[in-house]
Design a protein around this ligand. Structure first.
Ligand SMILES: Nc1nc2c(ncn2[C@@H]2O[C@H](COP(=O)(O)OP(=O)(O)OP(=O)(O)O)[C@@H](O)[C@H]2O)c(=O)[nH]1
Length: 296
């Protein structure tokens, strides 16, 4: 039996459910899910290994018009990823429908040499007529549109079966029991960011970045010590993040800690500080120091 492997980029507009899909496919919480668009800043890789195949998924940020340096960086990462892979999986949202920007991205992808697979997500949330209507639009760009619900895990087996067609004879890139190659530092930061966005995202639109400054294992004890800093733009935001009597920060940290313990499989001691760095999003140097590496 020949072993097949390959890289698949997961792309689509913000909030269509790419991270949810990646989590559903891989079966472990690795990508970050939130109701706010644009939460996927890093190229989180998920690895799905079967008896005779391995698919390496790249979760790319949404392909929208950039509004600042961070936006530019995100678009560049997304487009670069889309060129380096064996197939691109484009996710559309049946609930909000296929918009002009989705069609613009689809026609760019359809014109490139990389095979394009289209999935229509959130079919659990709409009726059949709506699905058929959206499917018709999508069929202009790819021969088959897969109806799926990432949240309800519908249609995923068929999608995986089809994606296998694009794998080529090749090595197992990652050990079979590995689901992600993201360093724990990045994952830990993403967990904190996810929890913060969930609790206070409305008040601080896209205004936080998280840096994990220390990860230290206590030898022989199954304990990890993690120190992290949440950066925000204004003093008033700092106040919101910390909350009355420090309660909000405590809530964010303990929710993030629970996820970390689950993923790392050991006890985690987490300390989180909040610091103000005005306009951090537009400062490339700051971005780099926050771990957003342009070379990715
Ligand atoms: N009803 C329904 N909701 C879904 C489904 N998949 C995802 N969602 C919801 O859609 C929202 C966005 O999901 P994400 O997985 O974060 O979307 P994303 O495309 O990764 O978003 P970005 O990181 O911003 O690019 C979340 O509230 C999910 O719970 C689905 O199959 N059905």
């Amino acid at each position: 039996m020949d072993f097949k492997s390959g890289f698949i980029a997961l792309t689509g507009s913000p909030n269509v459910g790419k991270s949810t899909l990646l989590n559903a496919l891989i079966g472990t919480k690795i990508a970050i899910v939130s109701k706010k668009p644009q939460t996927t800043r890093n190229r989180i890789t998920g690895v799905l290994t079967g008896a005779d195949y391995q698919m390496v998924f790249m979760d790319t940020p949404g392909l929208q018009s950039p509004k600042n340096k961070l936006g530019e960086f995100m678009l560049k990462t997304a487009e670069q990823t889309a060129r380096e892979v064996d197939a691109v999986l484009f996710v559309a949202d049946a609930k909000v429908g296929v918009r002009e920007k989705d069609e613009a991205a689809l026609s760019r992808l359809a014109a490139s040499e990389v095979p394009l697979v289209i999935a229509l997500n959130k079919i659990d949330a709409v009726d059949e007529a709506r699905i058929e209507e959206q499917e018709k639009i999508l069929e202009k760009y790819g021969e088959k549109v897969f109806r799926i619900s990432a949240a309800e895990r519908l249609g995923l087996a068929g999608l995986i079966e089809h994606l296998k067609c694009y794998l080529i004879e090749g090595p197992m890139y990652y050990p079979a029991d590995m689901v992600t190659d993201q360093p724990e530092r990045v994952l830990a930061a993403e967990f904190i960011r996810e929890k913060a966005l969930k609790s206070i995202g409305k008040e601080i639109p896209h205004g936080i970045g998280v840096v994990v400054e220390k990860i230290e294992r206590e030898a022989g004890k199954n304990i990890t010590h993690i120190d992290a800093v949440i950066y925000c733009e204004k003093d008033s935001h700092k106040g919101i993040i910390i909350g009355a009597g420090g309660r909000m920060l405590k809530k964010i940290a303990s929710a993030a800690r629970a996820d970390m313990q689950l993923l790392f499989g050991e006890k985690v001691f987490l300390q989180v500080w909040v610091k103000v760095k005005p306009d951090w999003r537009n400062k490339l140097l700051v971005l780099r120091s926050l771990g957003y590496d342009e070379r990715q």
